[in-house]
Ligand binder design. Structure first.
Ligand code: SF4
Length: 344
């Protein structure tokens, strides 16, 4: 791990100000990894890992740990959930209202990581976790546009079994690794962000960027901005929701394919479907074509299969990951049929 300076922030405003002034001191230049040279530290379960691997080499850290008391609470209201970005995964997954009324959220968090990690990791850090592409995480590989812009992509012609079939580009096909983000995407969540220019709200679905020609730039957050709150609107679909995750082994593994599904149904007919896919795409993937196909119809196996095919109509397979198209479709079919049997 390379040396870095460290400070603790006692308010989000001070945190944002500290990061901004650190960036200004360093000339706002991006590091060779394409990231900013100063980073926020929350639970540390991704950042410290990547710093040890020297994949990320920030020169300054602003620790948000002291803000957990004030920015880690969960409020449940008639309008929905308001969850502080420093709430832990465990705290959120175990919240009785979330487990009962927003099961897709609780399930996505429980299935995401071990109990130890869930106790440490914050929601803000969780949604910003970085890809598990082995070429990205192993600095002995030169060709990785995400880590080293302009160097190429070793995965395109390499071992790409775990890589994305949706949303990739000629410069990067890395899979977005998280689970919770799919639940937020399906539920139309928004986030509150604090930065040098004040606060703003953005749709969660707009946070992550597809790689395009700049895979090193992964989000639409500006330098110095920090997520402070996740807002999840209430609706007749949240109770009939679930997260299905398929992986190489049953515990503590990243998704090969996953589906977050929330259904609003009446008399067996889908009034509205909300679907986000994971494990198969470069960003949390909202499957709007599938949603449109399901709306206004009874949900049976044939309809679910047609909707799943629509989700993967533009999928592009590489040498080792073509199986993800069939697996992703089957995962969505199972998730839809299972959700349709739930009580609302
Ligand atoms: Fe790097 Fe993306 Fe290629 Fe992986 S897929 S080697 S992260 S550029």
């Amino acid at each position: 791990m390379e040396p870095f300076t460290y400070e603790r922030a006692s308010t989000p405003e001070l945190a944002s100000g500290s990061l901004e002034s650190a960036l200004a001191r360093m000339g706002n230049e991006r590091t060779v990894q394409g990231r900013w040279p100063a980073e926020y530290l929350a639970g540390g379960t991704t950042l410290i890992d990547l710093m040890k691997l020297e994949v990320m080499r920030p020169r300054h850290l602003v620790d948000l740990g002291e803000l957990r008391e004030t920015h880690g609470s969960i409020k449940v209201g008639v309008d929905g959930l308001k969850i502080g970005a420093l709430a832990t995964m465990a705290q959120t997954a175990e919240h009785p209202d979330i487990a009962r009324n927003y099961p897709v959220i609780a399930q996505s968090l429980v299935l995401a990581a071990s109990a130890q990690l869930r106790n440490m990791a914050t929601l803000g850090g969780n949604v910003l976790q970085r890809t598990r592409c082995n070429y990205f995480r192993d600095v002995s590989w030169q060709a990785c546009n995400k880590r080293n812009p302009g160097s190429g992509c070793a995965a395109l012609e390499g071992v790409n079994r775990l890589h994305a079939v949706l949303g990739g580009s000629q410069d990067c096909i890395a899979t977005y690794p998280g689970d919770f983000a799919q639940a937020l995407t399906a539920l139309d969540a928004t986030i509150e962000v604090l930065g040098p220019n004040g606060t703003r709200t953005m749709a969660f679905v707009d946070v992550h960027r597809m790689p395009g020609t700049t895979p090193n730039i992964e989000t639409n957050l500006a330098p110095g901005e920090v997520i402070t709150v996740f807002n999840v609107p209430a609706g007749p679909w949240t109770r009939r929701s679930l997260y299905l995750k398929i992986r190489d082994r049953q515990s503590y593994e990243f998704a090969l394919a996953s589906a977050a599904v929330a259904l609003d149904m009446a008399d067996g007919v889908v009034r509205g479907a909300r679907i986000a896919l994971g494990g198969v795409a470069t960003v949390p993937w909202r499957a709007r074509e599938s949603e449109a196909m399901l709306a206004g119809k009874s949900l049976d196996e044939q309809g679910a299969k047609a909707a799943a095919r629509a989700a993967f109509a533009d999928a592009k397979a590489r040498e080792h990951n073509a199986y993800k198209i069939a697996l992703g479709q089957e995962t969505l079919v199972r998730a839809l049929l299972q959700a349709a049997t739930m009580e609302a």
